[in-house]
Ligand binder design. Structure first.
Ligand SMILES: Cc1cc2nc3c(=O)[nH]c(=O)nc-3n(C[C@H](O)[C@H](O)[C@H](O)COP(=O)(O)OP(=O)(O)OC[C@H]3O[C@@H](n4cnc5c(N)ncnc54)[C@H](O)[C@@H]3O)c2cc1C
Length: 478
């Protein structure tokens, strides 16, 4: 048995672990990375990047189909080449992974399954033990275990296997309504699968505000996706070459016969087999490793970051946490993570959904007095020119002070447009300050000025332009 000593050992070389290792090395620490592979991390291998490569094709297909409205008529046959799309995705993923592996290999890399044998020692594979005064656990997450009776026996695809598809099934039942279910469910539908989404809640994206979730549900339905809300899937069975999904909807039993079932009911943190008990690290099998604001676990020299903490399963959060954990581990500091803005997220459906800060549900739950302004893309000149009029933006601001507390968008380029509010909120901008920032015309981005203006009026900071004109013309304004 070989025993090696480092200043810091990072378990898991995905987005979060790699960021932690680089930060610690920049501070002068002797850092080792441990990973059982495949190397590259979820984002590159089976997450963000392959899914967005797939979505680029279905978005292009939708644009071609909608081009009639712009006077561009495609008279020939539009065909989809799924083997080409899959090969393109593979090439991109390999390119990203090779680049990441190059970076990972600049560290001492120990490949194998990692298990803590004590608070200060980690076993890697059969023959290696690593000792360090500090550790970062960044082992990520996996597709949640299947809990639907009969599904295991009937067979199904999850996000991992969906991203390996070389052909599109004729019909699909999507179990779940979160971001993966929505992005990949819409992909399947646009590529030709007759798609039904079965969800327990009233709308897709349960955690979002009702107006956002309702709008996405409506748009999916308009596009021909059958969304069955308030539906409980009771079991799945195989019938010949088909799969039958049994469900209860509005008290009535129903069954749906499909070619394939896409199980999209979440992910679970990778905590088992890590020997966390031996290291005194508290965790919950469903919620992940418990950390404080400094990313310390119940064993204060062991940190945890990214999906394994179960908090915000997003790449930029894993990186942010990794950098903080590394600084705290190497320097013994107590820098705290602040999720006010970092919890911002986006969903790459069409229309895209994005959010920063607190949504209305959270503001109400916390009893924070706020004002809200909303503006529809259907009223927005640039969106009308582009023929992308579905959706709206809304901005929430603190009553009296007008500080922007949150913003949501469902609409064209939502994942890009949200960044303007992210920057404004980063500097604690008020809606008044936001309104004074020049916006180019005609752009989609200028749509944000309308909810900002409405908020300012509601917060008593400024009257809306219409009202001021009315007052001026009626002699009401001084
Ligand atoms: C379909 C899909 C689409 C997504 N799209 C987006 C998106 O658009 N935007 C976004 O922000 N996020 C997206 N995500 C989420 C994002 O991919 C994750 O939040 C992020 O990659 C998590 O990074 P991580 O460093 O925590 O874990 P990972 O990248 O999963 O890294 C964990 C590493 O630990 C290793 N490991 C695990 N256990 C052990 C062990 N016992 N011993 C040794 N090594 C071990 C693994 O091999 C792996 O390399 C998506 C996820 C999915 C599934």
């Amino acid at each position: 048995m070989e025993t090696l000593e480092y200043d810091l050992v990072v378990v898991g070389a995905g987005s979060g672990g790699y960021a932690a290792a680089r930060t610690a090395r920049d501070l002068g620490a002797n850092v080792a990375l441990v990973d059982h592979g495949p190397l590259g991390g979820l984002c590159i291998l089976r997450g963000c990047m392959p899914s967005k490569a797939f979505l680029a094709s279905s978005d292009a297909l939708a644009a071609v189909r909608e081009s009639n409205a712009l006077g561009v008529h495609i008279n020939g046959k539009i065909s989809v080449d799924m083997p080409f799309i899959a090969a393109r995705k593979r090439t991109l993923v390999k390119e990203f992974a090779d680049y990441r592996i190059e970076g990972i290999e600049t560290f001492p890399l120990h490949q194998g399954h990692a298990t803590f044998v004590s608070g200060g020692e980690l076993q890697v594979g059969e023959n290696t033990r690593l000792r360090a005064p500090a550790f970062v656990v960044a082992t990520g997450s996996s597709v949640a275990p299947v809990h639907v009776p009969g599904l295991e026996e009937a067979g199904y695809i999850d996000s991992d296997s969906l991203l390996e598809l070389e052909s599109i099934p004729g019909s699909v039942a999507v179990l779940g309504g979160g971001y993966s279910a929505c992005e990949l469910g819409q992909f399947l539908a646009r590529m030709g699968a007759k798609t039904t989404m079965l969800i327990r809640s009233n709308h897709l994206l349960t955690a979002a505000d009702d107006d956002i979730g309702d709008a996405l549900t409506q748009y999916f339905r308009e596009d021909g996706i059958h969304v069955l809300t308030q539906t409980h899937v009771t079991r799945v069975e195989k019938r010949g070459s088909r799969k039958v999904v049994h469900y209860v909807h509005a008290g009535e039993r129903g069954e749906l016969v499909v070619e394939e079932v896409f199980f999209a009911m979440g992910r679970t943190p990778n905590v088992t087999g890590l020997g966390l008990e031996s290291a005194g690290v508290a965790y919950d099998a469903a919620q992940g490793v418990v950390v404080d604001a400094t990313l310390r676990t119940s064993a204060p020299h062991i940190f945890a970051i990214g999906d394994v903490t179960g908090d915000y399963p997003l790449v930029h959060v894993a990186i942010y946490q990794g950098e903080i954990a590394a600084r705290n581990a190497v320097s013994g500091t107590h820098e705290e993570a602040d999720y006010r803005i970092v919890s911002a997220h986006t969903i790459f459906t069409d229309p895209q959904v994005a959010h920063v800060g607190m949504n209305e549900k959270e503001l109400k739950a916390r009893g924070i007095p706020y004002c809200v302004g909303r503006y529809d893309f259907a009223e927005h000149g640039k969106a009308m020119c582009l023929n992308t009029t579905r959706g709206f933006v809304k901005m929430m601001a603190r009553n009296v002070t007008g500080e922007i507390l949150g913003a949501s968008i469902i609409g064209p380029q939502g994942s890009e447009l949200i960044h303007e509010v992210i920057v404004a909120m980063n500097y604690h901008a008020t809606v008044e300050q936001f309104m004074r920032i020049p916006h180019l015309h005609p752009t989609l981005a200028e749509i944000w000025t309308y909810p900002a203006e409405e908020c300012a009026a509601q917060c008593g900071l400024r009257q809306p332009v219409d009202q001021m004109i009315e007052m001026a013309t009626s002699g009401g304004a001084d």
